[in-house]
Design a protein around this ligand. Structure first.
Ligand SMILES: [Zn+2]
Length: 223
């Protein structure tokens, strides 16, 4: 599930080279800054792919859209706020969502592209979403927001946040995920929205009021 990022290797080599040459701390700092200017800003977070969390195959082929998404849309699952913060629970949550979307909603696969657990574990949603993200050129058509499914990456945050804020771990993971996604698809940090911006829904609850904070945090990570 992990794809090598050549630029990381370049950065690491440059830092090692600087250390081996015995350059001063100031010199190393300048070297780091120079390396970052080449474009390495946000490392790939760990995202468990569909096979890892035990997804069912889609009931029919997913549609690959031959363009980059232009925004990210934030959701909450409206599932109960579990206090099980294990990786196993995050995988179970992904299976529960997929079962709901396929068996109750009648969709071909999970509707969202990615899922973020209350403990901050990231998983792939609809099959093919991770491939698209890592290559940064295409996306799979989702089923998470009417009118936006071929142009917006949808992320489901586990839990319901109408009256309570999400755990810090979920928030931190969301910031990192959004920053990486913006980087991969060249989406401006300003183009992060909530589901209720487009459809009549309460989703994503209190997370919607924190979108300015999210955009700022993502912009800071992108540098
Ligand atoms: Zn939603």
């Amino acid at each position: 599930m992990s794809v090598p990022v050549p630029r990381r290797a370049v950065l690491r080599s440059a830092v090692l080279l600087g250390a081996a040459a015995g350059v001063t701390a100031l010199g190393q700092l300048a070297g780091d800054r120079g390396a970052r200017a080449l474009g390495t800003r946000v490392d790939q977070p760990t995202i468990a792919n569909c096979a890892t969390w035990g997804a069912r195959p889609p009931s029919s082929a997913v549609t690959v859209v031959q363009n980059r998404p232009n925004k990210i849309i934030i959701h909450h699952t409206a599932f109960p706020n579990s206090t099980d913060y294990s990786l196993a629970h995050a995988y179970q949550n992904s299976r529960d969502i997929q079962n709901l979307h396929m068996d109750t909603n009648g969709w071909l696969d999970s509707g969202q592209h990615f899922t973020n657990s209350r403990a901050g574990y990231l998983t792939e949603g609809r099959h093919g979403s991770l491939y698209g993200l890592l290559h940064g050129q295409t996306m799979v058509q989702g089923a998470h927001c009417v009118g936006q499914n071929s142009q917006a990456i949808g992320i489901e945050n586990e839990g319901i946040y109408l009256n309570v804020q999400p755990p810090q771990a979920l928030w931190d993971s969301l910031v990192l995920f959004c920053a990486f996604t913006c980087q991969q698809y060249a989406i401006p940090a300003t183009e992060i929205y909530g589901h209720k911006d487009f459809n009549s829904t309460q989703c994503p609850g209190l997370l919607h009021g924190r979108l300015p904070e999210l955009r700022s945090a993502v912009a800071a990570r992108l540098g």
